[in-house]
Write a protein that binds this ligand. Structure first.
Ligand code: AGP
Length: 614
């Protein structure tokens, strides 16, 4: 939910950190700050708003320093303002700290420290942690690393922290529990630290992903030392980053979201590359192969996720049940983890998560694991926390998704789930050879069909213009297009701030139809398939009440063309693959409407890309 960047070495820390914070702004952008250590001492600068505000504020300040810690915030405790921005500093000004996560018992620790005479400047849990470390260090005389160890043993919650001290100026110390932290190892004993690899990749590809309860001391003279919760030193596991710098740039597009929408022909192809061959009629997901027998014999498969990823799970449910005849339940992770669910060793739980860091999904997965279920992951970020705790999984290989509104990750998730459903159906013998081959051919053709829809961008933009002023919107779909309706509604509301609801088309009669009037745009997926005629009836019901009707239809359709106010034609495909195509017009519609409403498309208000707090 927040972004951390830190550096220690022989370069100037300021530019490395500020550039890195801008790469992480998608994780939170309501305030930012930086602390810099140089031979004279420690300088800390903090500003409400985006990183650009911090840059402007430090224009005439001392930006020098060979070590520094930086932070871009998504507020949890305390409103966004200069005081609550990180870094937070101990009362004696000697220790400074940045934090991503939540200290759940911060209030009791704060009261104890106030009882010792400390006075706090901010409303944050982070400042309490900083004071606690300082209090331990001052009272016991231990070194900073030990003081951090002792303090974290008193803490309940999630954290990724970087700590720096004037007294021990040759090191920065990092620690994590449940919130991600990556250490980049530079070429001349310099170290880069960040919440994910994007601020690090341009300096080094050698990284260490910190695990829960690990602490690392990064010393510019002595190198890196890694310790577990019992202070036993361990060898860091150095990995080679697969990320490339150009993936992190906008590539000429106005927004990351637009770039990522247009990347989908490639990202879907990358997702199934090496995993399917229509000509030779095979599907192979290496990451879960050893679990496929267990999956087809499982009582049920539970898919847990949040937001867009939950919508992908709903599509997966249709695919797994119809093709592989496996019972599937799709659960909001945040609900699943607290309702004391009945889980046992015969269950398979699949977590779907672009970031692989969503706190609720992570917690639900840990609950399932503790009750003996087999846990699998469908993640996009390699090395993410969820991908590291699952027994197995399949990466979506969509590449970094920077725009807060998920687009290419959704179609990649649906692609992986389609591959899984096909592989399991083949193994279980619930799909005939002809259908199997047809679906593989159709899946291989999806990237170019997505491109055909993207080529209609200008036509879709004209439709967007008609509805940019709407206050409400309704999205309708049947079957596996119902989750696409939910996803379309989520896209519109999260980037244009127009209230939108997704509904099963037939359900409209049970309430939402009362909302229909000439002010209400209704977006409907009315592609050819078994429920087409029924959707046409729903469309008639909307028109009878003067609703404005925008329909996504299969190329060649005439019947809906004659009724709807606007139609967007998409290429024909197998009914199971329609979600991969029908979602594209809704992504473009919401993007253009948001731009026309001067909304911040890549960083919508109140949102963050990775919700790493409950
Ligand atoms: C989707 O556009 C949103 N950004 C949000 O709903 C997101 O899908 C959700 O927070 C889950 O994130 P995850 O896939 O990284 O777990």
């Amino acid at each position: 939910m927040c972004g951390i960047v830190a550096y220690i070495g022989n370069k100037e820390a300021y530019s490395i950190i500020v550039k890195g914070l801008k790469r992480l702004e998608y994780r939170g952008y309501d305030s930012s700050g930086i602390a810099l250590l140089n031979t004279e001492g420690l300088n800390t600068y903090k500003k409400q708003g985006k990183v650009a505000n911090l840059e402007a504020f430090t224009e005439d300040k001392d930006r020098s320093g060979y070590a520094g810690i930086g932070h871009t915030r998504w507020a949890t405790h305390g409103p966004p303002n200069d005081t609550n921005a990180h870094p937070h500093t101990s009362e004696d000004g000697n220790i400074t700290l940045v934090h991503n996560g939540i200290i759940e018992n911060y209030d009791s620790i704060r009261k104890e420290l106030e009882g010792k005479g400390y006075t706090f400047k901010s409303d944050t849990d982070t400042e309490v942690l900083c004071y606690l470390i300082s209090d331990i260090k001052t009272k016991t005389g231990v070194k900073l690393g030990k003081a951090i160890h002792l303090a974290l043993q008193q803490v309940v919650g999630a954290y990724a922290i970087v700590v720096m001290s004037k007294d021990e100026p040759n090191k920065i110390i990092v620690a994590r529990k449940s919130s991600p932290l990556v250490v980049g190892i530079g070429k001349d004993n310099d170290f880069y630290v960040a919440s994910d690899a994007t601020p690090i990749v341009e300096y080094t590809k050698q990284v260490v992903y910190l695990n829960d309860d690990e602490i690392a001391i990064l010393n510019r003279d002595k190198g890196m030392k890694l310790f577990n919760i019992d202070e036993v030193q361990k060898e860091p596991y150095v990995e080679e980053l697969e990320l490339h710098l150009e993936e992190l740039e906008k590539g000429g597009y106005e927004h990351f979201m637009l770039k990522e929408i247009h990347e989908q022909p490639r990202s879907i192809k990358d997702c199934f590359r090496g995993r399917l061959n229509a000509e030779e009629a095979w599907v192979s997901l290496g990451g879960i192969k050893e679990y496929e027998q267990k999956m087809i014999k499982a009582n049920r498969i539970i898919m847990i996720a949040c937001g867009t990823s939950w919508h992908a799970g709903l599509v997966g449910e249709y695919l797994f049940e119809d093709l592989a005849r496996i019972n599937v339940e799709v659960e909001y992770a945040s609900e699943f983890r607290y309702r004391n669910p009945i889980i046992n060793e015969n269950d398979i739980v699949i977590a779907i998560s672009q970031s692989g860091e969503t706190a609720d999904t992570m917690a639900a997965l840990e609950l399932a694991k503790s009750k003996g279920a087999t846990i699998l992951g469908v993640c996009n970020v390699v090395g993410s926390s969820i991908s590291r705790i699952t027994d197995a999984g399949s990466y979506t290989h969509a590449g970094p998704e920077i725009g807060v509104a998920s687009t290419k990750a959704f179609t990649a998730q649906v692609t992986v789930l389609t591959l899984m459903a096909l592989s399991l159906a083949k193994l279980k013998g619930t799909i005939c050879e002809t259908k199997f081959r047809t679906m593989l051919s159709e899946l291989e053709a999806i990237p170019q069909k997505v491109q055909q829809i993207l080529d209609k961008n200008d036509e879709i933009k004209l439709i967007a213009e008609q509805y940019q002023g709407a206050s409400n919107a309704l999205y309708l779909g049947r079957g596996s297009s119902f989750p696409v309706a939910l996803e379309g509604a989520l896209k519109l509301k999260e980037i244009s701030y127009i209230h939108a609801e997704g509904y099963p088309a037939a359900e409209m009669k049970h309430g939402p139809i009362a909302l229909i009037d000439e002010e209400m745009p209704v977006f409907v997926i009315a592609t050819s398939g078994p429920s087409y005629e029924k959707v046409v009836s729903n469309i008639q019901e909307v028109k009878a009440r003067k609703g404005k009707l925008i329909a996504v239809v299969t190329e060649g359709d005439q019947q809906v063309h004659d009724i709807a106010d606007h139609t967007i034609d998409i290429p024909d495909t197998d009914e199971h693959l329609v979600p991969l195509l029908a979602t594209i017009p809704f992504q473009l519609l919401s993007y253009h409407i948001a731009v026309m409403r001067n909304c911040n498309v890549d960083q919508p208000r109140n949102l963050a890309k990775s919700v790493t707090v409950e």
